[in-house]
Design a protein around this ligand. Structure first.
Ligand SMILES: N[C@@H](CCC(=O)N[C@@H](CS)C(=O)NCC(=O)O)C(=O)O
Length: 238
């Protein structure tokens, strides 16, 4: 059976990482049996030093987009097969917006905003004994802040970062419109990618920031996230 290495649930959401949620949502949607192995300790074994990665019949595949490609090719479950070339191009652009831009807005809200520090320490480092938890949390926070700075977004003010995130959320909301899913009545890779990040903004209540409020203000994004959450939830981490 496929082994999915990931961080672990946060609240009612199957993982704290949108990329891990995306992969688990795909496995559920495609009806492919899998087991989950949860914990930041798996970062040490991860081929690219990041989670998620999967192990399947001796094949180790990192990176959510390559994992989905591998699963589609190996198990023949392509949830995008009904999309036109134009739809696929639009989906690709939105997926990159989510994975390479909106993701960093989430990282900033969780890791850089001072008032979320206690929540972060409790949720992500609560299982480590005192005083090691303080050291690990402090080092991790510094690393993430450095990553934000090097990525570039960390050089902007909190308000500017939120504004950039707001534009992404508006684009998603406008494109979804009154549809159930981004391309109609069936979920595709864009839907599970959007669910990966929107579940963090909308369903994880422990963190607070203007960007979370903004996400919750888009009624159609909230309905979309709840719809997929309900459909996919049964058997998370089977
Ligand atoms: N491009 C990768 C990104 C994965 C990623 O950034 N994972 C983050 C968590 S959301 C991670 O493992 N961070 C740990 C680290 O950088 O040390 C994918 O699509 O899977």
């Amino acid at each position: 059976m496929i082994k999915l290495y990931k961080f672990g649930p946060v609240g009612d959401v199957c993982d704290a990482s949108p990329f891990c949620v995306k992969v688990e949502a795909y496995l559920k949607l495609a009806g492919i049996p899998y087991e989950t192995l949860n914990g930041a300790q798996y970062l040490r074994k991860a081929p690219k030093g990041k989670l998620p990665y999967i192990e399947d019949n001796g094949n180790i595949v990192p990176d959510s987009s390559f994992i989905l490609q591998y699963l589609k090719e190996t198990y023949g479950k392509d949830i995008d097969s009904h999309l036109s070339g134009t739809d696929k191009a639009i989906a690709h652009a939105f997926i990159k917006m989510i994975d390479e831009h909106l993701y960093w807005v989430l990282v900033h809200a969780r890791w850089a905003l001072e008032h979320n520090a206690n929540t972060l320490n409790k949720l992500f480092f609560g299982g480590i004994p005192f005083p090691l938890n303080k050291v690990v949390a402090c080092r991790a926070r510094n690393d993430v802040r450095q990553a934000l700075y090097k990525q570039g977004i960390g050089r902007l003010s909190d308000d500017e970062i939120a504004e950039k995130g707001n534009l992404d959320l508006k684009a998603l909301s406008d494109f979804l419109g009154v549809k159930d899913y981004f391309f109609g009545d069936k979920p595709t890779t864009l839907d599970i990618t959007a669910y990966g990040i929107l579940s963090q903004f909308i369903l994880v209540s422990e963190f607070s920031a203007p960007i979370f409020d903004k996400a919750k203000s888009h009624e159609n994004l909230v309905e979309f996230t709840n719809r997929l959450h309900k459909d996919l939830k049964v058997g998370w981490g089977q």
